[in-house]
Design a protein around this ligand. Sequence first.
Ligand code: FAD
Ligand code: UDP
Length: 383
Amino acid sequence: MTGSPAIRPAGRNKPFDYLIVGAGFAGSVLAERLTSQLGKRVLLVDRRPHVGGNAYDEKDAGGVLMHKYGPHIFHTNSEEVFRYLSQFTRWRPYEHRVLACVRGGLHVPMPINRTTLNMLYGVNLQTEADAEAFLASRAEPVEKIRTSEDVVISQVGRELYEMFFRGYTRKQWGMDPSELDKAVTARVPTRTNTDDRYFTDKFQAMPLDGYTRMFENMVDQKGVTLQLGVEYEDVRDEADFDRLIFTGPIDEYFDHRYGKLPYRSLRFQHETLDQPWFQPVAVVNYPNEETPYTRVSEYKHMTGQQCDKTTITYEHPSAEGDPYYPVPRPENQALYKKYEALALETPEVHFVGRLATYRYYNMDQVTGQALATFRRIAEREGS
Ligand code: FAD
Ligand code: UDP
C-alpha cells in the first residue's frame, strides 16, 4: 500500500490540498478543521459505506437506534474536546452504569465498589475506611506492578480478580492478564465508596441525535469532498493532493514491512427483540470464562429512545476480523515503535487515531489528538 503516495511538490493548483483516509473521529475532525479554519480543500475517503468509523450508529430494521460496532459512551474531562464537539451536536446527559453477572446469575455493580462487596460477601461495610480495610485484608502485595494481573491482585486480591477480571480478560484479549500491560485492567478502577457509575469524568453525555448525525454535521463543510466505500489504494494514484492524513492501521500503510501489528477483533451479534426492555442497565458484563461473550449492551438505556422494541448486542471476541483494539503489551509496543520510526521518516504523511498510532484511545482522546495535529499543521502553515 505504502511507500510513496502520489504526493507531488506543494504549490501546484491541485483539486485537493489533503487526502484524508478514514472518516472516524480522527479523519472527520481534521477534515472539518482544515476546511473551516484554513480554507483547505480536502478529499475524505473511507472504505466503509458510512461516516463515523467505529462510532457509527443507525436505526435498525426495527427502528431502534443502535451502534453497529458495539456500545459507544462519550465521556471526557477535556472541556476543549467537549466544546469542540458541541458545535456539531446537542447532548443528552447520560451516566453509564454496568452490572457484572457473577456466581451463576447475581448482578452486582462493576467497577467493584462498596455495594459490590456488601452484596457478594453479605457484610455491612458502612464507610470508605471499612471497605479499604476489607480490601486491604485481601490484596496481595506486588513488588513491581507491570501487568494487568498485578494491578488487580494488588488492589483486591485473587478471589475478586478471578471473579471479575481473569475470565473476561482472557476472553476479550485471547491471553491471560499476566501477559497484558497494566494499563488495560487499570481502565477499570476499584472504589471504596458507593459510586456505581462506570466513568467519573466531568462531561458524560450522548449525542442527542446520534453519532452519525454529529459526524454528518462535522464533515458538511465547504471544501470537504466525501467519498464512501473507497479504499485508499483506489484513490492514491488518481487523486491529486499535496498531503496525506492516514487514520487506518499503520502497519497496513507500510505494507506490514516489519510484520503484522496484533489487533483484537470482535464479532457483534445484534438482536432486535419484540419487548420494550431486556436488562436493567445499558451493559451487563459476563466475566466467567464459560460464557462465550464478554458483555451484552442495550442501546435504549444510552440513547433514551422510546419504542416498543429493543436492540441488544452480544460481543464475541475474535482474533479474525476488523481491527478494533491495539493489544497493549511490551513486544507489540516495540514493533509499533519500528513503524513509528518509519512514520517519522515520512513527514508529508500524518498518522492520527487509534489504529494509526496504535493506542488504546477513547473517542475523546482521539478527538484531542486530532485537534493537536491540526494545531501543529496550522502553526507550520503560518510560519
Ligand atoms: P476508527 O473509528 O477506526 O476510524 C478509522 C476509519 O478508517 C474506519 O472507518 C476505517 O474504515 C477507515 N479506514 C482504515 N483503513 C482504510 C483504508 N485503507 N482505506 C479507506 N478507509 C480506511 N470510545 C469511547 O470513548 N467510549 C466508548 O464507550 C467506546 N466503546 C468502544 C467499543 C468498542 C467495541 C470499540 C471497538 C471501541 C470503543 N471505543 C470507545 C473507542 C472508539 O471507537 C475509538 O476511540 C474511535 O472510534 C477511534 O476513532 P479513529 O478515527 O481513530 O478510528
Ligand atoms: N475488564 C474485566 N472485567 C470487566 C470489565 C473490564 O476484566 O468486567 C478488563 C478487560 O481486560 C477489559 C479492560 O478491563 O478489556 C478494559 O475494560 P473497558 O470496559 O474499558 O473495555 P472497552 O470498553 O474498551 O472494551
